[in-house]
Design a protein around this ligand. Structure first.
Ligand SMILES: Cc1cc2nc3c(=O)[nH]c(=O)nc-3n(C[C@H](O)[C@H](O)[C@H](O)COP(=O)(O)OP(=O)(O)OC[C@H]3O[C@@H](n4cnc5c(N)ncnc54)[C@H](O)[C@@H]3O)c2cc1C
Length: 404
């Protein structure tokens, strides 16, 4: 196995990029409302889109915990840049989860190399997602015929393929779910651009309509009935931990900005930093961020251990035991890696709201204006309460383990 690259050197390289070229890009995006041409190619050329993929697939081969450590710094960037790094470093897992040898060559390796862009396509306008999926596939020979809709799909303007989660017509629950790779030029697929979002300026989202859309059976990843396993085990669980780490990084940026402002702004003859109220808030923010960071890192370690066990066939993912303060045979299987991921996402997204709210308050009214980076951070932060599922959905995932 190839040796892991030096983390301190990689971190320094990322920091230099984030506080150099990426800062200028972020300002350009906010001013123009568009991603500059060449952003994807530049991120790819620097190797930032394949940090976490295994060396065998063409990636750098960072372990998941090591990736999380370096990934935090990317969250100091503009949200539209961070999300490209996040999706590319995670989606290969869903693509590879149940890929055949032929699909590894045709789909996974070109994705890791940045030659093919794929986007995760789950959310629907008329269902609750997961087992509530309504988009259907009907098999006709060596083709699936899709009908339904997906929306809020990121990168819909640039994706070569959509990784679509749907179900066999007439199936219910997790049974019959499918993961299908739908090319953007598939007959019967209409891609409608959506209105710009509140934050992550410059990133386009799409509303996809499938009307008797024909997709080769060869584009199915995994078996019929494995669709949700590809979505959740392959992508959503580690992605939730990545989103948790995004929250940590963005909150740390908000704290940096607040501290800078508190030192500079003088009211009634004293810098804000000398006021006890501001000191209390800074103490709370720093503690909240560190608690989130440790939870995200722990979730990452548990997920990585579970994935390794699963790969070696020793322990099923559901049966993996993380730190279990309650102990006892009946409780031995919880929290699972999925529950750790949900806990990290839940806590860190809430933490980010608390921290950005205080950071904006420290800025006073000027922080509410577009000339302040704090204004952009606040808007980008709000999106993270939706990415990879809301707080309510995370709580359901966690509670299910305690109540089942
Ligand atoms: C900027 C942006 C980009 C996105 N990109 C993508 C993408 O690329 N691909 C993709 O597939 N999705 C994407 N999404 C969708 C995102 O994952 C969803 O918005 C999110 O999971 C919430 O689902 P929903 O919008 O359907 O909310 P709904 O399911 O309509 O929920 C509305 C509210 O009701 C609550 N609720 C729903 N069901 C329950 C329940 N059973 N019990 C209790 N409360 C409940 C929710 O927590 C929420 O607060 C994106 C969203 C945004 C904002």
């Amino acid at each position: 196995m190839a040796a892991e690259p030096s983390l301190p050197a990689l971190k320094a390289e990322i920091q230099a990029f984030v506080h150099g070229p990426a800062r200028a890009w972020g300002e350009h995006i906010e001013a123009s409302g568009r991603l500059p041409d060449g952003v994807w190619d530049e991120l790819n050329a620097r190797g930032f889109l394949r940090l976490a993929a295994p060396v065998a697939y063409g990636g750098l081969g960072l372990s998941f915990p090591a990736y999380l450590e370096v990934f935090e710094a990317f969250a100091h960037m503009h949200g539209s840049l961070r999300v490209i790094v996040h999706v590319c470093n995670g989606l290969w897992r869903a693509l590879a989860y149940a890929a055949t040898a032929e699909q590894l060559e045709r789909v996974v390796k070109p994705f890791v190399a940045g030659q093919r862009r794929v986007t995760f396509t789950l959310t629907e306008p008329d269902s609750g997602g997961g087992t509530d999926l309504r988009t259907t596939a009907r098999r006709e020979g060596d083709t699936y015929v899709l009908n339904g809709q997906k929306w809020m799909i990121i990168f819909a303007d640039v994706a070569d393929d959509f990784l679509v989660f749907c179900r066999l017509a007439g199936s219910r629950g997790a049974d019959g779910t499918l993961a299908l790779l739908v090319p953007r030029d598939a007959p019967g697929l209409e891609i409608r651009p959506m209105a710009p979002a509140m934050g992550v300026t410059g990133t386009q989202h799409g509303h996809l309509v499938f009307r008797d859309c024909r997709v080769p059976v060869a584009n199915r990843l995994g078996e019929e009935g494995q669709g949700l396993a590809v979505a959740f085990n392959g992508f959503l669980d580690p992605s939730r931990i990545g989103v948790a780490m995004t929250c940590v990084g963005l909150a740390a940026r908000a704290l940096d900005l607040a501290v800078l402002h508190a030192r500079q702004r003088v009211t009634f003859g004293k810098p804000l930093a000398d006021r006890q109220t501001i000191q209390m808030w800074v103490g709370e923010m720093a503690t909240d961020i560190e608690a989130g960071r440790q939870l995200a890192l722990q979730a990452g370690r548990v997920w990585a251990a579970a994935a390794e066990s699963e790969a070696s066939g020793a322990v099923a993912r559901e049966g993996h035991q993380g730190a279990n303060p309650a102990g006892g045979a009946a409780l031995a299987n919880r929290p699972s890696a999925s529950a750790w991921a949900a806990m990290a996402k839940l806590y860190c997204a809430d933490m980010l709201q608390r921290v950005t709210d205080k950071a904006l308050q420290i800025h006073g009214g000027i922080g509410y204006f577009r000339c302040s980076e704090m204004e952009r951070v606040y808007r980008d932060a709000r999106m993270l309460r939706f990415e990879e599922g809301t707080a309510e959905i995370q709580k359901l995932v966690i509670a299910r383990e305690w109540l089942k």
